[in-house]
Write a protein that binds this ligand. Structure first.
Ligand code: ADP
Ligand code: GLC
Length: 480
């Protein structure tokens, strides 16, 4: 099949979170599986163009209402090719996402550029795979403005929602910039009357298929609690909403060959893990004391991730149990302040590294004993999957993809791979951390837990096949 991916992130070039990892791995899987896959991405000014060969292949002009954007398209690689849209007027902002007045145009330009690239290369996608709100108007665009182009006549669209809480909601005045004024009746009318246009909602309404990144999240977003106001529309399309867990790129994330960790290790020989732990602590200026457990966090510091449960519970837990805590992340000032306070209160136990640092993310996965993800909601979550592979026992809130992948430890049966608390409150967090610390004190239990986790397989070879099945279902339903 011909598959066109349109997304706003791709590791290692442009990354704020898991979307980038998925974009690096899923198209690569599809390419290996024999599909002609192409990926289109903005060339942000933050992209390190020394990381690969960027070959200029064409110039495009993208009109958006009364605006005209001159774009140069660069191709990187071939397995699969990634087309970067170079347009400094839109993408030279020092960051991937902004709250600037033209934010909608930044990703509309990406969407239209993707279709223009297909035309110029004479590439007829069987599947248009759009990711998140940034690409969510595409299903509607190909069904209207591009409907007469034979290259798109048979294209079926799949919208994957990586996080329902980012919807791309804009004032209705941006309407003309979408080029869709002639089909304005296809926008959600009540919302327009209320003065808004919601890109993700338009995608949910017009995509041929909708997916999200775990079975549990697929169910959760159809409820009022997790639906972000869109649950009714998702319920109405329930039959076409599927949940497919993300896979892991084990070439990037495996302790046997991780280029960012000094001591490699495997399930059959864990000696390197203890040495990585020592290296992690000493490189962060913390004392290494054998037998003292280290808890790790690598995260965007935003409300979704649930760290407000740490205040004040974590102060008490650190005092009472004496474990160490290593945190890598940045984001909302209140959460950065919380981790700053923890570090000041427990200078020998806590290190907060404020920022985004890929090599440290890998070292924490390897060097920590346990990994904390108390997310309020989590569409899939990748770090718990990485943790399992690194023998780092995940402690999570049982929600979304965390519920699908982290199974509560049952000491008697020797079953389970981590600790998952049900109620998203301080009591839940405390229970899970104390249960994990209890198991850690018993080396036999701990070994079993580590082995159970390391034996899990969330490779893209398994998960990618599920996307192929969805693609096959979508294309088989088209009229020939
Ligand atoms: P989300 O996409 O919601 O942020 P995921 O668990 O799916 O959550 O993916 C997070 C990805 O981003 C992982 O690859 C993780 O290592 C990476 N990451 C998050 N924060 C940082 C950081 N501060 N430094 C380096 N990598 C980070
Ligand atoms: C989003 C979600 C995260 C998911 C990632 C990749 O950022 O927050 O749970 O793993 O997308 O799908």
């Amino acid at each position: 099949m011909n598959v066109l991916f349109v997304a706003s992130e791709l590791a290692p070039f442009a990354k704020t979170g898991g979307l980038a990892d998925v974009m690096a791995a899923l198209p690569a899987y599809l390419h290996r599986a024999g599909h002609d896959t192409r990926v289109v991405l903005p060339l942000y000014d933050t992209v390190d163009t020394k990381k690969a060969t960027f070959e200029a292949i064409m110039d495009l002009e993208v009109p958006l209402g009364t605006h005209r954007y001159a774009c140069k398209i660069f191709r990187v690689g071939n397995a699969p090719p990634v087309y970067f849209v170079h347009c400094p007027a839109l993408y030279a902002r020092g960051r991937l996402y902004t709250s600037d007045a033209d934010e909608h145009r930044r990703f509309l330009a990406l969407s239209y550029a993707a279709l223009l690239i297909c035309q110029k290369l004479d590439f007829a996608p069987d599947i248009l795979h759009a990711h998140d709100w940034q690409a969510s108007l595409l299903p509607m665009i190909i069904k209207t403005l591009f409907a007469k182009d034979p290259r798109f006549a048979k294209t079926r669209s799949l919208l994957t929602i990586h996080n329902l809480m980012y919807q791309g909601s804009f004032p209705v005045e941006i309407g003309p910039d979408t080029n869709l004024a002639s089909v304005a009746h296809l926008f959600h009318q009540d919302l327009m009357k209320a003065g808004r246009v919601n890109f993700l909602l338009q995608g949910i309404l017009y995509a041929d298929g909708v997916s999200t990144v775990s079975p549990t999240y697929a169910r959760e977003i159809q409820t009022e609690t997790f639906g972000g106001g869109l649950d009714g529309y998702l319920r109405a399309r329930s039959a076409t909403v599927v949940g497919i867990l993300n896979g892991v790129d084990y070439d990037e994330w495996s302790p046997e060959r991780d280029r960012f960790i000094p001591h490699k290790y495997s399930a059959s020989d864990l000696a390197g893990k203890e040495r990585d732990k020592e290296h992690l602590l000493t490189s962060l200026g913390l004392p290494y004391i054998k037998g003292v457990p280290v808890l790790g966090v690598v995260s965007r510091l935003v409300g979704q991730k649930g760290f407000k449960l740490f205040d004040p519970a974590m102060f008490d837990l650190l005092r009472k149990h004496g474990f160490q805590l290593v945190v890598l992340g940045s984001g909302e000032p209140v959460l950065e302040a919380l981790f700053g306070n923890l570090q000041r209160a427990f200078p020998r136990q806590v290190c907060f590294y404020q920022g985004f640092k890929n090599d440290l993310a890998h070292l924490i996965e390897a060097g920590a004993d346990m990994f904390l993800m108390p997310s309020a909601y989590e569409p899939c979550g990748l770090n718990q999957l990485y943790s399992l592979r690194y023998g780092t026992v995940p402690i999570v809130h049982r929600t979304g993809g965390l519920a699908d992948t982290v199974k509560q430890w049952q000491p008697r049966a020797g079953a389970g791979n981590g600790f998952a608390f049900e109620h998203h409150d301080e009591g839940g967090l405390r229970w899970a951390i104390e249960a994990a610390l209890g198991a850690y004190r018993d080396p036999k239990q701990w070994q079993r837990l580590i082995q159970n986790g390391m034996a899990e397989d969330f490779s893209w070879d398994a998960q990618g096949k599920l996307y192929e099945l969805v693609y096959a279902r979508l294309t088989s339903s088209r009229r020939h």
